[in-house]
Design a protein around this ligand. Structure first.
Ligand SMILES: [Mg+2]
Length: 258
């Protein structure tokens, strides 16, 4: 970047394991950094495998009203407007039907809300929001890893794709978390993207600054030309964002919100 050129910064971030703790969904560590973004007019676009309903219920806690991307790059919501990059869920379920008896797995649409609660550790209301899907079907894979690979190939032959998220194998239309970034990218916008898993890779690659947030298991995300946090989850997010904002001479937080 040329020193005299003014770039509008845009932060795009994964939620689970990145902005939110993977285990207890906590996020206190990021709040001072969110205030700093706010005070400097820098939008934070959430780019998540979660649903619209989940993020709408949650975003008040972050004081965030910016556009957001749901279901692994399937759609971006901006006020009353929505742009779809993926496929409607009904179409996905229809295409899955012929594979139903061939592999051992259970999708959200196969089980009760109670089971979804067990899988995710979410309460009833949160599980309902998680099940309110429009563009993807999360599967709990119960077959071998080898057969998972074979299944994924068959999915692609049907014009769909799969993504490994934290807990689920997501079946969705041919999109990824990187696609909406092309839509968000305008002249003189520099995008910082943060994520922790394989489904974040396309987003990190589409950004100007990609940041891999460390995980607290032995997973290592292979990615070139990225920054890496030493801490995991929200602590790593706050650590890396503070470092980047300092380096870009973005003023620190002025207001004390108590
Ligand atoms: Mg994640």
């Amino acid at each position: 970047m040329m020193a005299e050129e003014k770039f509008q910064l845009l932060v795009v971030s994964d939620l689970d394991g990145t902005l939110l703790d993977h285990h207890d969904y906590s996020f206190e560590e990021v709040l001072p950094v969110l205030d700093r973004l706010d005070e400097n007019g820098i939008p934070l676009v959430i780019n998540t495998s979660k649903t619209r309903a989940e993020w709408l219920a949650m975003r008040g806690q972050f004081g965030n009203l910016d556009p957001f991307v749901v279901e692994n790059g399937s759609a971006i919501y901006d006020g009353n407007e929505v742009q779809v990059f993926g496929l409607p869920r009904a179409e996905i379920l229809e295409k899955l039907k012929p594979l139903r008896g061939l592999y051992k797995y259970q999708g959200y649409s196969d089980v009760s809300l109670t089971e979804i609660m067990e899988w995710t550790g979410l309460g009833r209301q949160e599980a309902e929001r998680s099940a309110d899907r429009h563009f993807s079907e999360p599967l709990m894979w119960q077959d071998t890893a080898e057969r998972e690979e074979e299944f994924c190939q068959k999915i692609e032959e049907r014009g769909l794709m799969t993504l490994r998220g934290g807990r689920f194998l997501h079946v969705l239309g041919k999109t990824d978390k990187g696609k909406p970034l092309e839509h968000l990218r305008e002249d003189k916008v520099a995008i910082i993207a943060l994520g922790d898993r394989q489904n974040d890779l396309a987003m990190l690659e589409a950004a100007d600054i990609g940041v891999v947030i460390a995980t607290d298991d032995d997973f290592f995300l292979e990615a070139d030309d990225v920054l890496r946090s030493s801490e995991s989850g929200p602590r790593g997010w706050a650590q890396m964002m503070t470092k980047i904002l300092d380096q870009l001479n973005i003023p620190p937080r002025q207001l004390d919100h108590g």
